[in-house]
Design a binder for this molecule. Structure first.
Ligand SMILES: Nc1ncnc2c1ncn2[C@@H]1O[C@H](COP(=O)(O)OP(=O)(O)OP(=O)(O)O)[C@@H](O)[C@H]1O
Ligand SMILES: Nc1nc2c(c(=O)[nH]1)N=C(CO)CN2
Length: 175
């Protein structure tokens, strides 16, 4: 499996530091890192604002499972503690595998709850679509359509207006 789009987010502690550590943990596979956005909490609104970004990664040897394991390993480095009582609750680092494409460029599809591909909520999240569009303006979310169409549709278009670009927090500015 060659190509993956990963969403990274943090709303606890050193938010930018956690995003940087996620990019570092993904290592040589990282091809492009989006700009950073400050985003209102989605799904569970009683928590601090997030920093979010999207990473395009390539590794000819990596299976879809490998991307999930790398995502979990990156979360572990940031000391992520899961609160089983609180879905969509605050976290030092969240790394989601948004979509994976195989060697032939075909999207990998999975309905396994351990690894659902594409990510079942990506099309509902302006904080995923907006940074992804910035680095892949003609991108498609497999099974859902063009990223720009998804973001411009209601109610996401309203959500998109609430995202604040944070060029001052760019992840590559001190690389
Ligand atoms: N595409 C995917 N990317 C990451 N985790 C996934 C994916 N599909 C299924 N999962 C599973 O989801 C479980 C819960 O992950 P996590 O705690 O990060 O969810 P969450 O961040 O609260 O919600 P969300 O996945 O909506 O962001 C993980 O154990 C993981 O195995
Ligand atoms: N803005 C924003 N909201 C979220 C995020 C996130 O990364 N950004 N991650 C969540 C985890 O499920 C829940 N809500």
């Amino acid at each position: 499996m060659t190509r993956a789009v990963l969403s990274i987010g943090s709303n606890l502690g050193d938010r930018r530091g956690h995003l940087r550590s996620a990019v570092g943990a993904l290592g040589d596979a990282v091809r492009v890192v989006s700009g950073v956005y400050e985003t209102p909490p989605w799904g569970d609104t009683e928590q601090p604002a997030y920093l979010n970004a999207v990473v395009l990664a390539v590794d000819p040897a990596a299976t879809a499972r490998d991307w999930l394991e790398r995502a979990r390993a990156a979360e572990a480095v940031a000391g992520r503690v899961r609160d089983p009582e609180r879905r969509f609750g605050p976290r030092t680092l969240d790394v989601d595998v948004v979509a994976v494409w195989d060697d032939a460029g075909e999207p990998v599809l999975s309905d396994d709850p351990e690894l659902t591909l594409p990510h079942p909520r990506a099309h509902l999240r302006a904080f995923v679509l907006r940074p992804w569009i910035d680095i892949e303006p003609h991108g498609r979310l497999p099974g859902q359509g063009w990223l720009t169409d998804l973001l411009n549709a209601e109610p996401l278009a309203g959500d998109a207006l609430e995202l604040s670009p944070r060029p001052d927090l760019a992840l590559e500015s001190d690389a």
